[in-house]
Design a protein around this ligand. Structure first.
Ligand SMILES: *Cc1c(COP(=O)(O)O)cnc(C)c1O
Length: 366
């Protein structure tokens, strides 16, 4: 039996007519950038997150970059990011000329540790960017409290966590602002690139909007050295369709993860933490840990099962950041990069496929 690591096919088969209607609506309207679809999507997505504003942008990296620009963070400043996140979190900080300072995660949760943040704070620190990694919310309250004490901004990287809840609050509604990605593989994905910024602050929302539109609020009048980063009408129309189904898709992801958690049983495999009332994650991926990770990967592959690694090379060892970080300074990120393996988890997996993954993991000789 073949089980792909991920596929959109079952999801898109179910909503094909709705997506085609959305496409025709935009063609009929014949307005492709900054029109009704984007405005409606922004309203709907802000409502979904429980915050006042959403601003559509070009992608998730731009969302973080534009928030940092709007907060006037730049050269000479430091921003604390997790050592085990996807590189985009750090790149956004580098793009504004600030320094990404890496803080290690809490073992077990994969999310940034408040203690490690505390140790990383210097007089140059301006902001903290917790990432709700793998769809599981970071422990936000102690982070928000620490930030308040040091007068730092908290910017959420919610690129993997559309709809996740922390103590009932949605990802994207807890910091000063949040960056979302709608890359196709995210829990809410466009049929191309897309992203957005959420915030409760009207001035910040407006600054992000202006910065993403050539620094212009009124056409041909440029207030800031902006860039071009906008969510186009087609992607916004597709996202409006998909947003209506997101809760159902998240429920299904949680059901698959529950089956894995209930039925997987192999002494050489370490399973991720369950959801709880406090941490209601949306399982962007299902990460397991295994000392013989590469053998497990080959074993599953020989049984037709696709897997992935998030992420095989941590930021402090990336060529792009050569010379920036102490090579042995991030043992937790190193350990994750060597032992993490992500199992198939997508909307539309059949019971037989889920069972095949479980049986194959359980049969791994270790
Ligand atoms: C995907 C991702 C991003 C970047 O989003 P893009 O839309 O691909 O630019 C940022 N942060 C995290 C944690 C991500 O997973």
């Amino acid at each position: 039996m073949q089980v792909e690591f991920s596929t959109f096919r079952p999801m898109h088969r179910e909503i094909r007519d709705e997506l085609e209607d959305a496409f025709h609506r935009v063609m009929e309207e014949s307005w492709f950038i900054r029109g009704k679809e984007c405005a409606e999507f922004e309203r709907e997505f802000a409502g979904f997150c429980g915050c006042r504003f959403a601003v559509g942008v070009g992608n998730g990296l731009d969302a973080l970059y534009l928030i940092l620009r709007a907060l006037e963070i730049g050269a000479g400043d430091e921003v604390i990011v997790p050592s085990n996140t996807f590189i985009a979190t750090a790149l956004a900080v580098s793009y504004v000329g600030a320094k990404p300072v890496l803080a290690e995660p809490e073992p077990g949760t994969y999310n940034i540790s408040t203690d490690q943040i505390r140790r990383a704070i210097t007089p140059k620190t301006k902001a903290i960017v917790p990432v709700h990694l793998y769809g599981r919310p970071a422990d936000m309250d102690p982070i928000l409290e620490l930030a308040q004490r040091h007068r730092l901004y908290v910017i959420e990287d919610a690129a993997q966590a559309h709809g996740a809840r922390y103590k009932g609050r949605r990802a994207g509604a807890m910091g000063i602002a949040a960056g979302f990605s709608f890359y196709p593989g995210k829990n809410l994905g466009a049929l191309g690139d897309g992203g957005c910024v959420t915030t409760d602050d009207p001035q910040l929302a407006e600054r992000v909007r202006v910065l993403g539109n050539y620094g212009s609020g009124v056409r041909y009048h440029h207030l800031m050295l902006g860039t071009n980063s906008r969510l186009d009408e087609l992607q916004a129309a597709f996202l409006r369709v998909k947003l209506r189904h997101l809760e159902q898709w998240s429920r299904e992801r949680k059901r698959i993860a529950s089956r894995y958690l209930e039925e997987m049983d192999n002494p050489s495999v370490c399973l991720p933490m369950r959801n709880s009332e406090k941490y209601d994650g949306v399982w962007h991926i299902f990460p397991i840990r295994c000392r013989q990770r590469d053998q497990l990967e080959a074993w599953l592959s020989s049984r037709g099962i696709g897997t992935a690694k998030h992420y095989p090379v941590p930021i402090h060892r990336q060529e792009a950041y050569r010379g920036m970080y102490e090579q042995d300074g991030y043992p937790e990120a190193d350990a994750i990069s060597r032992t993490e393996l992500s199992l198939p988890l997508y909307y539309g997996m059949t019971e037989q496929e889920i069972s095949h993954v479980i049986e194959s993991v359980n049969a791994f000789p270790g």
